[in-house]
Design a protein around this ligand. Structure first.
Ligand code: ATP
Ligand code: MG
Length: 335
């Protein structure tokens, strides 16, 4: 079956193109949501400035990387000089400040791996998480945002993949499946690999953006408007790319040896990363290198049970894209 799948590309796939684009468009947040998010951010900025005039708030995650669906939460990072304070003390203080305003359900989670304040704004109905000094997330959010500006097919593909992952229950890191961030990196890597390439490797180009964050050097070419229509020599349709993406993860990716690397624009071997053995809880059963924290495998949450779930879901998706008469519906069937 695998041989057949690898040789026979689905020739009639393009007739589903407009349906996939409709799915994509139905998930894009409306402009008024953006306006509400800005409103809430302004409220938060004023409250924070009263207590900490030098602190700053940054958006990160799906509300800022352009891969957010409508009605997604706001992820906010408070950048602040900690002095002798612990992050958890800042989180408690912040919760205190926000509580006294008319925000609802303000909760300080001080003992979480990443301490956060959670809240809901009754005016806009938006839920929000505020973490402290997570600047790497702010910088990787910008990287994703800049990649999305190069070719519209990245955003289309990633929306469809995220929608599939959420519908099928494989976007749950606490259950051993992958984060949205990991899926977007898989999409970027995939489009870097097309021939002709649809995306370049921004970290392999001349550096126009540089930040040293927690001793990690984050550097890449961010003037993507100067790239022109980078991917235009490749005419692959979104339906074809969705087919090829699932085909790759179902039948072509070498799980035993390969690491997906957006940083290098290629695939690395697990050996060169020393990701061949289980260390602690990191099993490296599917390897996705973080573009900046290069020792960080985004697949480390995956265990011997969830890897089977994931691979079966990739195979299911690949088969649907190959044979199903109505892939735009079947692909997203709830599990
Ligand atoms: P969703 O639409 O599902 O909320 P999201 O874009 O907010 O998607 P998450 O996976 O929730 O994605 O992650 C939010 C942000 O946190 C990411 O954009 C990324 O900046 C950062 N992040 C998440 N997981 C990691 C990780 N394992 N390592 C580094 N940064 C991460
Ligand atoms: Mg999020």
């Amino acid at each position: 079956r695998h041989v057949k799948m690898q040789t026979a590309c689905r020739k009639d796939i393009d007739r589903f193109n407009s349906q996939f684009l409709t799915v994509f468009e139905s998930l894009i947040p409306a402009d008024e949501e953006r306006v509400k998010q800005k409103q809430l951010l302004t409220v938060l900025e004023k409250l924070v400035a009263k207590e900490w005039p030098d602190a700053r708030l940054y958006l990160y995650g799906s509300c800022a990387n352009s891969f957010g669906f409508s009605k997604s939460d706001l992820d906010v990072c408070l950048a602040i000089e900690l002095g002798n304070n612990e992050k958890s003390e800042v989180v408690l203080k912040l919760a205190d400040i926000l509580q006294s305003d008319n925000l609802q359900n303000v909760q300080a989670l001080t003992r979480a791996r990443v301490p956060v304040v959670k809240l809901m704004d009754p005016v806009t109905g938006i839920s929000c998480d505020i973490c402290v000094n997570n600047m790497l997330a702010v910088v990787n959010t910008k990287l994703l945002y800049d990649y999305a500006r190069i070719d519209v097919r990245l955003r289309q593909l990633a929306f469809i993949v995220k929608h599939w992952a959420k519908s099928r229950g494989v976007n749950e890191t606490y259950q051993g499946t992958l984060s949205s961030y990991a899926y977007v990196l898989m999409c970027i890597h995939f489009l870097q690999q097309r021939r002709p390439a649809i995306l370049p490797c921004l970290q392999a180009m001349n550096i126009t953006y540089f930040r040293n964050v927690d001793n990690v050097e984050c550097a890449y070419f961010d003037q993507v408007e100067k790239l022109g229509n980078f991917g235009s020599r490749n005419g692959e349709s979104i339906a074809h790319l969705v087919w090829a993406f699932f085909h790759y993860w179902a039948y072509c990716h070498d799980y035993a040896t390969d690491v997906v690397s957006v940083r290098t624009g290629s695939t690395l071997s697990k050996r060169t990363k020393d990701w061949t053995r289980r260390v602690g809880n990191d099993r490296h059963l599917i390897c996705i290198e973080d573009p900046f924290e290069v020792s960080h495998d985004l697949g480390r949450v995956v265990d011997k049970y969830s890897i089977r779930v994931l691979r079966e879901e990739f195979e299911r998706a690949a088969e649907i894209m190959q044979y199903d008469p109505n892939p735009c519906v079947t692909l997203f069937h709830p599990y």
